[in-house]
Design a protein around this ligand. Structure first.
Ligand SMILES: [Zn+2]
Length: 339
């Protein structure tokens, strides 16, 4: 190449690729690629799926080395681009609306871009096998299989979760699915995260996010859902009397009648010895936790009090004494009022 001018204009340029109507985004970290806002807090690198969706849905092509590009977290939903965003960042020097947009790529860059897109095709093929976000992606049977709920029940529960927000990693629907999948299958958080396709390349981060989603759903359901379906607060004495049977009415009269019976749930063996001892039931020869169920004569579960350790002091009588003595629970006042 000696003797040739190093002048840019006369340097031989490799044949490139021009994409009409596409816009090339510079690899710069100072502004959000979607809205052009200056990067401060609440920004993140553009996740893989969002890069592809920017290209496919918004004709914005990020450089293959896009390590500097940033996006507002608010444009993301579960690692994907939100469907309702509009690109408002300005990538054009000229104000001319009629100017034909063109993205120019040198051949090496074009080659990398094609490889990038082929990888995207391959990733999309093996995307989350369980997709709870697109309601039509899973059948009614699959909803039931994984969550124990129908689609209608699943959707209804969403309204009880005001505190669970859609994050950049997972949606609110993902979070609810995580909770019920855990309850239904007892798979590990890592397995559930993987099934939902969260943080595909970072298993530990996926595990933590899945766990966090589980607990935030549990908290919201406990606050907003459980009180209207369990506990004395959800039923008046008159309503409870409708659950009397001829047997209970004959023997105990026409008043609210409750039946108390201890029940239990097997647990894993604890690695903590002294806790493990408290969980161990001599009677069953296994670790378990106990609950006192308060049931109406026709079998309707009014309340479930507990949990209690399962060592000998917590037999049915022991639990009842404990509830009467210490817990001062509403159930007792409720019964007194009715009597
Ligand atoms: Zn933005």
């Amino acid at each position: 190449m000696s003797g040739e001018s190093s002048d840019e204009e006369s340097a031989p340029t490799a044949p490139g690729v021009v994409l009409e109507n596409y816009t090339k985004v510079p690899n710069s970290g100072s502004k959000c690629v979607v809205c052009g806002a200056h990067v401060e807090k609440g920004f993140t690198r553009v996740p893989f799926y969002a890069q592809v969706e920017l290209a496919v849905d918004h004709c914005l092509i990020l450089p293959t080395d896009n390590s500097n590009c940033r996006i507002c977290i608010s444009h993301l939903e579960g690692g994907h681009l939100r469907r309702d965003i509009t690109v408002t960042a300005n990538y054009h020097a000229s104000e001319d609306e009629d100017e034909v947009k063109e993205a120019h790529f040198e051949s090496a860059e074009a080659s990398r871009l094609i490889q990038h897109l082929l990888r995207a095709v391959s990733e999309y093929r093996k995307m989350a096998s369980l997709d709870f976000n697109d309601e039509s992606a899973l059948s009614e049977e699959e909803y039931h299989l994984w969550t124990g709920l129908s689609k209608e029940q699943f959707n209804a529960l969403l309204s009880y979760l005001p505190g669970v927000r859609t994050s950049s990693v997972r949606t609110k629907r993902d979070a609810l699915a995580i909770f019920w999948m855990k309850m239904k299958t007892d798979l590990s958080f890592s397995h559930i995260g993987s099934l939902l396709g969260l943080h595909k390349d970072r298993p530990e981060a996926a595990r933590l996010k899945t766990r966090e989603a589980f607990y935030s759903v549990m908290e919201d359901l406990n606050t907003n859902f459980v009180p209207s379906h369990l506990g004395v607060g959800h039923m008046t004495q008159e309503e409870a009397m409708a659950h009397n049977t001829p047997y209970s009415s004959t023997f105990f009269g026409d008043k609210p009648t409750t039946i108390w019976d201890g029940t239990y749930l097997y647990t894993h063996r604890s690695s903590n010895y002294s806790i493990g001892r408290k969980f161990y039931s001599m009677h069953k020869g296994r670790e378990l936790v106990k609950f006192m169920s308060v049931v109406l004569p026709d079998g309707y579960v009014l309340d479930m009090i507990g949990p209690f350790f399962s060592n000998a002091s917590n037999n049915d009588a022991g639990m009842t004494i404990k509830i009467l003595k210490e817990e001062g629970l509403g159930v007792l006042n409720w019964i007194k009022e009715g009597e």
